[in-house]
Ligand binder design. Structure first.
Ligand code: G6P
Length: 611
């Protein structure tokens, strides 16, 4: 969702805030703004991207060594200049930036209106800043106390930074539900919704927990709860390289991240696979291994692309380990009174580790006694901190809004867990285990091979860039890949696309097929090969255009399809890791040809920290 950044120290705040907003823009890009405190509260904000804000700032007075900045993904109120953050209180005493949703904002608004407050914007945030000011003036209390008292009246989620004109040497930060990190410098502090804007200044960070407040002065910081109980902070060193969050010569983050997949997968299994004989060690699961091996059921939860990775997990766990699996959208799971048994294993998949619905589902599952395992990419994020055990994907920071390397890294982790459980439960023989682990280790090289020559994919992108609708079909392990291929296309090119299990096509989508309908069929040489060949014939019989992803050396589908894109052969269980690559690239090239903003597709946000 929104990106938050703050600075207090001895340097000029503006360049630090602006650079921070550029790093955080992937979290939301409806509008951007900065507040600086230098004698008075000065707010600069506008609709649009951070670059629009930068232009708008030309010639303005940007001096000041304390400030806050925000890039917005709109929830309350349309994206426009007035609704952009920061917001100022009616009497100009406080400024605030906020990520999250204040659910009881209309009751609070009414109470403030009854006390003479008026509002300029449609946002819930403006209510909060005025509530803080009202308490401050009425109670004659410090800014910190006013913030804490105001937050006790709030229902909802927030990550906030607040500045007070009358206490010009402090930023007050608070978190409930929306992430906040403090970077500890030398006589200076950095605040942000994630570590990406901080690492160029310091690698020493403190992650705020829910209900934590940080009172940040230049030379000192105090952590406490909203109820004023002091907390001893845990300072962590983060291991993030600045190169990892820059484009490194690629036109877009998404393309860079697609090309990073061989390395991301290797990093994900590095140190977890030993050779001669091949074996898998997942340190983060050691203490729950007994529970996993004897599990009667696994429930996988996630959203978006992570949910698609979960679907691949279902095929993996059921086939390789013979454990029944349910895969759930986190948003549905948490609200439908799910039956959770105490020996259930719940696996939460999330790139960001912050997705609000997944986090809430994790808490629910934990409360009800399940063992909860996280598969997350962002180290120190909220979900890994809530779970009983976990395996980090080591894909590195993913900035492109459309997830790519996170998906293949998640599937890599799921396949490692499934192989390990299959082996421990003696479902797969020692020989098959050896072969599967070997095949997994060959995946990075095979992806490299696909990435070496993308001309065929570019040609197909040119031919179908103007399609209005596309259908994606797959069976078995490749059905989730069909869903993921369709999601990638619609997310970044705005072409309507549907993913379907190939056999289900006859129960509806076949009615849509005509000579204008590109149908992408993902058809590796696996046990449903003959069946998918029949599905291709059904499409061709209705004059549909078939673009097939096939295994290297396939001759049958080559005859039937209009175009084929080949991927190397691998074990059926690992085929998603290869088949998804051409689909990611195809979506990317189509979106670029259509002139779409690939890294910042309209209306989407990278990390959905509100429901
Ligand atoms: C958003 C992103 C998707 C992502 C989903 C889940 O919708 O745009 O790319 O798959 O959230 O995010 P998570 O961080 O939980 O994997």
């Amino acid at each position: 969702m929104c990106g938050i950044v703050g600075y207090i120290g001895h340097k000029q705040a503006y360049p630090i805030l602006l650079a921070g907003l550029k790093r955080l823009e992937y979290r939301g890009y409806d509008s951007a703004g900065i507040a600086l405190l230098n004698g008075e509260n000065r707010i600069y904000k506008c609709k649009g991207k951070v670059s629009d804000l930068e232009n708008y700032m030309t010639g303005k007075n940007v001096s000041g060594t304390i400030g806050i900045g925000h890039t917005r993904w709109a929830t309350h109120g349309e994206p426009n200049d007035i609704n952009a953050h920061p917001h100022m209180s009616m009497n100009g005493i406080f400024t605030i930036i906020h990520n999250g949703i204040i659910e009881n904002y209309s009751q609070l608004r009414k109470r403030l209106e009854d006390r003479g407050y008026t509002f300029k914007s449609d946002t819930d945030t403006e209510i909060l800043v005025n509530l803080i000011e009202y308490i401050y003036l009425k109670g004659q209390v410090s800014a910190e106390i006013a913030v804490r008292l105001a937050l006790t009246k709030v229902i909802g989620a927030y990550g906030i930074l607040v500045m007070c004109k009358e206490e010009p040497d402090v930023i007050i930060a608070a978190r409930k539900g929306s992430p906040l990190v403090v970077g500890v410098g030398n006589g200076e502090y950095f605040l942000a919704s994630d570590a990406t804007p901080i690492i160029e200044h310091t690698n020493r960070v403190v992650y705020l927990n829910d209900n934590d407040v940080a009172v940040v002065h230049r030379d000192e910081i105090t952590f406490k709860t909203i109820m004023n109980v002091k907390i001893t902070p845990i300072i962590q060193n983060i291991d993030l390289d600045i190169g990892e969050i820059e484009k490194g010569g690629f036109d877009h983050f998404m393309l860079k991240e697609i090309f990073e997949q061989p390395r991301a997968i290797e990093d994900t299994f590095r140190g977890r696979i030993s050779r001669s004989p091949n074996d898998i060690h997942l340190g983060g699961l050691f203490h729950v291994m007994d529970k996993l091996v004897t599990a009667k059921r696994i429930i996988i939860i996630g959203c978006g692309t992570s949910w698609h990775a979960g679907l691949v997990g279902e095929y993996l766990f059921e086939e390789l380990a013979r454990i029944p699996v349910e895969v759930e959208y986190a948003s549905e799971f948490r609200y439908r009174y799910p039956v959770i048994l105490h020996n259930d294993i719940v696996i939460a998949i999330s790139q960001s580790g912050e997705t609000a619905d997944t986090l809430a589902a994790v808490k629910l599952a934990k409360e009800q006694g399940a063992t909860v395992i996280g598969i997350c990419n962002v180290v120190g994020s909220s979900i890994p901190r809530e779970t009983n055990a976990g395996v980090y994907t080591h894909a590195g920071p993913e900035i492109g809004v459309a997830s790519t390397k996170a998906f293949t890294a998640q599937v890599t982790v799921l396949s490692m867990i499934a192989m390990l459980l299959g082996h421990e439960r003696k479902v797969i023989s020692e020989n098959d285990y050896q072969k599967l682990v070997e095949s997994l280790m060959e995946i990075p090289e095979k992806i490299d091979y696909i990435l070496k020559d993308v001309t065929k994919i570019q040609e197909i992108a040119k031919l179908y860039k103007n399609a209005n609708n596309c259908l994606y079909l797959g069976r078995g392990y490749l059905f989730p890949v069909a869903l993921e291929g369709a999601l990638k296309l619609k997310e970044i090119s705005y072409i309507h696309a549907e993913g379907y299990p190939a056999a289900e096509m006859k129960h509806g989508p076949i009615a849509l097929i005509d000579e204008h309908m590109p149908v992408f069929v993902i058809a590796a040489k696996d046990k449903s090969y003959e069946k998918i060949v029949s599905n291709i014939q059904e499409v061709k019989a209705r004059k549909g255009i078939v673009i097939a992803i096939v295994s290297e050396g396939d001759t049958v589908i080559r005859e039937l399809a209009d175009h084929v894109m080949e991927v190397p052969l691998t074990d059926e269980a690992l085929a998603p890791l290869l088949a998804v690559i051409p689909l990611q690239l195809l979506s990317y090239y189509i979106a670029v040809l259509r002139g779409c903003n690939v890294d910042q597709p309209r209306n989407l946000a990278k990390s959905v920290t509100v429901e």
